[in-house]
Design a binder for this molecule. Sequence first.
Ligand code: PLP
Length: 253
Amino acid sequence: MREAVLAIGGVDSSGGAGVLRDSATVGALGGVARVAVTAVTAQNDHAVSAVHVMPADVVVDQIEMAGSVGAVKIGMLATAAIVGAVATALPRAPCVLDPVLMSSSGHMLLDDLGLSALLERLLPKVDLLTPNVPELTALARRFGRADEDHHVCAALLLQKGCRAVLVKGGHAEGKASEDHLYLPDRPRVTFTAPRIDATLRGTGCRLASAIALHLANGDSLDHAVGAAKNHVHKELTLARDMASASMVGAPHG
Ligand code: PLP
């Protein structure tokens, strides 16, 4: 039997992102998810109105109760106390860390000390880090690197201990969405999909949890990233088609 994916992260009350999205993604791809909730947020697509951070020992309890898992996906961590608890209790399994810093609506989801703790304590335990470009540069800046060059930033994060970095280019301009996978011992590999004109919350959660599911199934990192990118592309296509169908049905005037 295939092992479960453990999703560690926040609850987004709107269901767009966070562990609810992770669990739905893993389920849609035929897997089973366990969750460890780090924080409960009250939010919609436009704003976060409240964040209630879980006690660190409750996060540890949830991780321990998940038992043996095939892969771990980590998202929102909120504070240094939660980062420390997760670093201590992390099960032995491939680990994908989506370094969630801010919601699309602009609310910080990891505080300043939390970011330092993430870099010091969690980064060396991570098999794959999946930053978007603003996250990549924010992380590199914390290591004293004001460089905007993605290759330089990714190389720095590899040097600081994570085993691979996937730089997501989803929000960049252009006809294609390109993600670049960096490993220490080979040239970068680029994963490309046609850019879809759609708005969808939680694309980062979908990608990272789909990668974790494929790693739990025993797939190689390259295959896991490619398959997860295809999955997100399909979901974006569906979101675009549903939006245009609802426009067709909308009253004029
Ligand atoms: N809220 C929670 C709990 C999340 O985990 C995340 C992302 O992982 C977000 C919000 C941000 O998602 P979005 O970029 O779709 O706003």
